[in-house]
Write a protein that binds this ligand. Structure first.
Ligand SMILES: *[C@@H]1O[C@H](CO)[C@@H](O)[C@H](O)[C@H]1NC(C)=O
Ligand SMILES: *[C@@H]1O[C@H](CO)[C@@H](O)[C@H](O)[C@H]1NC(C)=O
Length: 361
């Protein structure tokens, strides 16, 4: 059981509780205030009294020196959330010393946050400073008690771990065209895997997560299976412990954050530009001005999506759903079309409610 509680904690890396500064007119909080917490992109929030200030009144400076005393390469990005708060995120490209985080008010010259650390402060890519998993969990202040993951894991109290992995390998290699799972072993902080199935490209997402972790943490020895598909695969009858990006009431897959969420954390301020932080800084409408409807847009990959479009045509006052490309149901284009031109992801958030329909054919 130890194996599974550790890994479940690891997956929750994106969820932080963090104490910052709370003053009468400004609050600052977030894991990026402590650069000893190594993240691909470090970030923190600044919230201010909008009666007194606006975002332009704040000066944010993040800097450091290299070993040779030159300025350290730090990319800082400010995201205005348009609700009297903004996100500061920054990415390091090299090891920095004399590291400084300054948040001050240009009007009042008050310094709200003035952090200094002699360093070294490490970039995420650096395979150079590892701490124990317990130290790391405690430093990052990850939430440890999450009902869904607790419930998912609680189903596996009576599993015989001596034999179950062998049975799973056998079972999941039976249908290579419809199932893709990987067996991961972490041993001495090295990562090994064997995958079963024809289409296992998505293993890169799990690999990247583990490789980011083992650069900064001594991972405990672990063994587990991951489902790479978009359909739960563990039945209550067999009770195979299987980590998945999806679940249902009729399966016992242990649901973890999906690959695009972990990818957007790992590639934040990098290859990925649509992520949980950037979206907050690119929303045009404040909450009070959002269109009070449900919104959905996407391709025709399931009948349920066509049904939603039909519902939307009948109830356009509460629902705006449309298909962009007809690929699977070309013959139904007349009825459910015409295909709409895709819009920017950020425009989705002009509308109050986002609908997700991810059933595949
Ligand atoms: C799944 O279970 C939850 C909680 O028991 C219940 O609220 C929900 O209606 C169920 N969904 C389906 C589709 O059966
Ligand atoms: C639905 O949303 C699209 C994309 O934003 C927009 O062009 C269209 O006018 C909306 N339709 C209705 C009925 O509001």
């Amino acid at each position: 059981m130890c194996t599974f509680s550790s890994i479940s904690l690891i997956f929750l890396l994106a969820i932080f509780k963090f104490d910052g500064l709370h003053s009468a007119d400004t609050t600052i909080w977030g894991p990026g205030l402590d650069p000893l917490i190594v993240l691909p992109a470090r970030y923190f929030y600044v919230q201010y009294d909008q009666e007194k200030f606006n975002i332009a009144d704040f000066n944010v400076l993040i800097s450091g020196k290299t070993k040779n005393g030159n300025n350290c390469r730090v990319w800082t990005n400010i995201l205005d959330r348009k609700d009297a708060s903004f996100i500061v995120r920054y990415k390091l490209y090299e090891i920095c010393y004399e590291f400084r985080i300054l948040v001050e008010n240009k009007k009042t010259l008050k310094k709200y946050w003035n952090y200094f650390d002699q360093g070294p402060i490490y970039p995420d890519e650096c395979d150079c400073s590892k701490v124990s998993i317990d130290t790391w969990l405690s430093n990052t202040k990850c939430r440890t008690n999450i009902e869904q993951i607790n419930n998912d894991l609680n189903q596996f109290k009576n599993v015989n771990f001596q034999t179950v992995f062998g049975k799973m390998a056998k079972f999941y290699s039976q249908h290579p065209h419809s199932t893709s799972v990987c067996h991961y072993v972490v041993k001495n902080n090295l990562i090994f895997r064997k995958c079963y199935g024809e289409y296992t490209g998505f293993k890169m997402f799990m690999d990247n997560l583990l490789l980011s972790l083992n650069r900064k943490v001594f991972l405990p020895d672990l063994e587990f299976f991951v489902n790479l598909g978009d359909w739960p695969l563990s039945s209550p009858k067999e009770l195979f412990p299987l980590f998945s990006w999806c679940g249902s009431n009729y399966s016992v897959d242990i649901v973890m954050p999906t690959y695009d969420i972990t990818e957007s954390a790992l590639e934040n301020m990098g290859r990925v530009t649509l992520d949980m932080l950037s979206v907050q800084g690119n929303i045009e409408k404040p909450w009070s001005q959002k269109i009070e409807k449900g919104f959905w847009m996407g391709r025709d990959s399931s009948k349920h999506r066509l049904n939603l479009v039909e519902l939307s045509k009948k109830n356009s006052d509460i629902l705006n759903a449309s298909i962009t490309n007809f690929f699977f149901y070309k013959e139904l284009k007349e009825k459910y079309g015409p295909g709409k031109k895709p819009i920017s992801f950020f425009k989705f958030f002009d509308v109050l409610l986002q609908l997700l329909i991810i059933l595949t054919i």
